[in-house]
Design a binder for this molecule. Structure first.
Ligand code: ADP
Ligand code: MG
Length: 703
């Protein structure tokens, strides 16, 4: 149960004056973007919404000294009003202002003329605050945050924090709500070690939080102020404590010894058209050792795209079957589930393993029969999407669960899985080369096996960066490739926020390419029905079509070794990790492969640096480190979708050293007080609730 003293922080934002249901929706969307649709904003969310800037009214530039952008306060004389012509109400209402150095236009859409006449009487002095914008060389401010007279200005605070906003939310209302929230912070027990706080020169949680909302200078907004560090450490400690608790909980559940005889495994290995790389052998040995031990296995198999994780998983699953248990292989997408099913079926047939497939699409009688077979142990390995762990799916005796591309699953799915898997061993696999710091926040100190080499015979992918004006040459090259029997992918980018707009762009491109390559082009995108996607994939695999136009749905795991060219449009908009994944779709066979990164317009410095890295290296870890350095963690992986933890205060790059300290601290704390029962332990429970890592608290009480 959540400690009562925290209740004021979890109260709804609507309990504040001036916040009604409509604003609540807007706030929830801004402050809790990952949460379910009906989630409401809470006081806590307002408090963790930290300022991104400040208005300093002590500084008032003259109009000839306005900056390129940013929020300014100016003192001006109101000039002419220019309402839109009566039949063109969509045009803005403009008000000219001036001082003795220049002019400034105020711009209002959907304005009420009466109201503006009252606010801005011509000839009077007004103080205006708002974001400057330049239009055809002249400064303007659209919808100023404040328009006040001399007397009113004297009453305004000289310094005011500026918060990130969203459509439908005014800075004044948000500022007021946050100030009101600051009043609600209850007194909280100290959960950090006093001597550590002293050494760091950090204050307590509440004081630090208040101070962050009251910046006096731009330096106070820095990520390295003592207040920010204190709160970042709190958050990282909560993250590390929760991970340690989950891990301890899973390890505490008696595992089982799954020591196989090796015969099924041997049959599979001899059916393979290749021999295992030495990394595959080492990783497999580590996995088998864990499975044979009485403790529960909790292991991460990390290996770059194309390093051959699937076969390692299959051999581990075979071992589980040898001991008389069943296995499950869970993947994040339908396409991938079907692909794994298709590639594993011949191997399983040879080894006498019964493999079945379950996704959201298996329904009715077929599904019922499958579930009955599963419960009767007539299925050895079940491959599928998260449908595997829905209600009604009961294994007779589940020994090993493998999760592929595990970063794609959310925390909830992982917890649901853990409930279902009981004491089964767990192997998770990921190709996302996560930098070490970030890995710590996702996996804590899970045991890790790494595939460090690629199967022999792979050739490096020749990567080139080209402006989109050279698309004609690209298409010419494709003509030659397809004429000689080659296959290629063409990836259309995420241009807009809206999936529909992207889709339209992809469809247009597919149409144009289909005209250039009649009868050979197929399209695949996220809005298609599962069966349609399968059909398109199958036609590409079989060579029936040889150019596959796609949105990023092919990103994860798709394996068509005959494809040797990957064209990516607007490559500058993709994350590096994503480009790396996409490029990993080629260079899988023995043919020489090429990846063409097309960019649009002029590239900025960072974009240039990022694409250069892609050209220079195929080492996923280096790419990930560089991406993290260039862009920061939040953007790198599309954090939320990737199921990575979302930090509200901490910044993985800037606060990396705190993360290591938090991990060590979490270890010490739990060694001394495993159930968090001491007074400090009690306080730490509050910390876990405060940063919403309280799933872990329940694990303690589950005993
Ligand atoms: P990923 O690690 O990205 O999941 P896959 O398991 O899909 O990689 O393997 C990529 C390709 O490499 C597959 O076509 C697979 O059959 C092949 N492969 C796996 N191991 C080896 C090996 N030891 N030698 C040659 N090819 C291999
Ligand atoms: Mg894979």
């Amino acid at each position: 149960m959540r400690p009562n003293r925290l209740n004021p922080l979890f109260a709804a934002a609507t309990s504040l004056k001036g916040i009604g249901p409509k604003l609540d929706k807007v706030l929830a969307k801004l402050l809790r973007p990952g949460a379910p649709a009906n989630a409401e904003a809470r006081i806590l969310d307002l408090l963790f919404h930290l300022p991104s800037g400040l208005i300093d009214r002590r500084e008032r530039p003259r109009l000839d000294q306005l900056p390129e952008k940013g929020i300014v306060t100016v003192e001006v004389t109101v000039g002419k009003h220019r309402p839109p012509p009566p039949h063109l109400k969509r045009l803005p209402y403009r008000v000219e202002c001036f001082d003795d150095t220049g002019t400034l236009t105020l711009v209002f859409f959907h304005a009420f003329a009466d109201h503006l006449q009252r606010m801005l009487p011509p000839g009077e002095t007004r103080f205006i605050s708002g974001a400057v914008d330049w239009f055809q060389g002249s400064p303007q401010i659209a919808h100023p945050d404040h328009i006040v007279s001399h007397e009113e200005f004297a009453r305004l605070p000289l310094i005011e924090p500026v918060y990130p906003l969203t459509a439908g939310l005014s800075p004044r209302i948000l500022g007021r709500a946050i100030r009101a929230s600051l009043e609600k912070i209850p007194s909280l027990p100290e959960w950090q070690d006093e001597s550590w706080l002293k050494r760091k020169g950090w204050g307590d949680f509440s004081t630090s939080l208040r101070k962050l909302h009251q910046p006096a200078t731009h330096d106070d907004l820095n990520l390295l102020t003592p207040e920010r560090l204190r709160l970042a450490f709190d958050e990282l400690l909560a993250n590390q404590l929760a991970l340690s608790l989950v891990r301890k909980h899973m390890k505490r559940k008696a595992g089982r010894k799954l020591a196989g005889t090796g015969d099924v495994r041997t049959r599979i290995v001899s059916a393979l058209p290749y021999s295992l790389t030495s990394s595959q052998q080492t990783s497999l040995a580590e996995i088998l050792r864990d499975m044979a031990a009485p403790e529960r296995m909790l292991r991460l198999l990390q290996g770059d795209v194309g390093s051959g994780k699937t076969v390692v998983a299959l051999l581990a699953l075979a071992t589980a079957i040898e001991t008389g248990t069943q296995g499950a292989l869970m993947v994040p997408t339908e396409i991938l589930a079907r692909q794994h099913f298709a590639t594993l079926t011949p191997l399983c047939d040879k080894a006498g393993l019964r493999l079945a497939l379950l996704t959201g699409r298996e329904k009715g009688r077929a599904r019922d029969e499958l579930l009955a077979a599963l419960a009767a142990s007539e299925i050895d390995i079940l491959v599928g999407t998260h449908a595997l762990f829905q209600e009604g799916v009961e294994f007779r005796d589940l020994g090993l669960v493998v999760i592929d591309e595990q970063h794609r699953f959310g925390v909830h799915q992982r917890l649901a899985l853990q409930a279902k898997a009981q004491n089964a061993d767990l192997l998770v696999m990921t190709a996302t080369p996560i930098p070490r710091t970030l890995a710590l926040t996702v996996y804590g100190d899970m045991d890790v096996s790494k595939l460090t080499e690629k199967p022999a015979g792979r050739q490096p992918v020749d990567t080139r960066v080209l402006p989109s004006e050279r698309m004609d040459e690209v298409i010419e090259g494709l003509h030659r490739l397809l004429a000689s029997g080659g296959r290629a992918y063409w990836i259309c980018p995420l241009v807009e926020e809206s999936e529909l707009v992207d889709l339209a762009a992809a469809e247009d491109r597919a149409k144009a390419l289909a005209a250039a390559f009649p009868g050979r082009t197929g399209l695949i995108h996220g809005r298609m029905k599962g069966s349609e996607k399968d059909a398109a994939m199958a036609r590409f695999k079989s060579g029936d079509i040889t150019l596959l136009v796609s949105t990023t749905v092919v990103e994860v795991g798709v394996d068509v070794p005959e494809a040797t060219v990957m064209v990516i449009e607007n490559a500058e908009r993709f994350g590096l990790a994503q480009l790396h994944q996409l490029r990993g779709r080629v260079g899988r066979g023995s043919g020489k492969s090429t990846c063409l990164l097309l960019y649009q317009g002029k590239l900025g410095e960072t974009a240039k640096a990022r694409l250069t890295i892609m050209r220079e290296t195929e080492d996923g870890f280096r790419i990930a480190e560089e991406d993290l350095r260039l862009r920061g963690a939040g953007e790198m992986l599309g954090t939320r979708q990737a199921g990575l933890p979302v930090f509200r205060v901490a910044d993985i790059v800037e606060h990396a050293d705190l993360l290591a300290a938090a991990r060590d601290d979490a270890g010490l704390i739990l060694a001394r007080d495993p159930k968090l029962e001491t007074p400090r332990g009690e306080a730490l429970r509050s910390l876990l609730y405060l940063f919403e890592r309280d799933d872990a608290v329940r694990l303690i009480s589950a005993g």
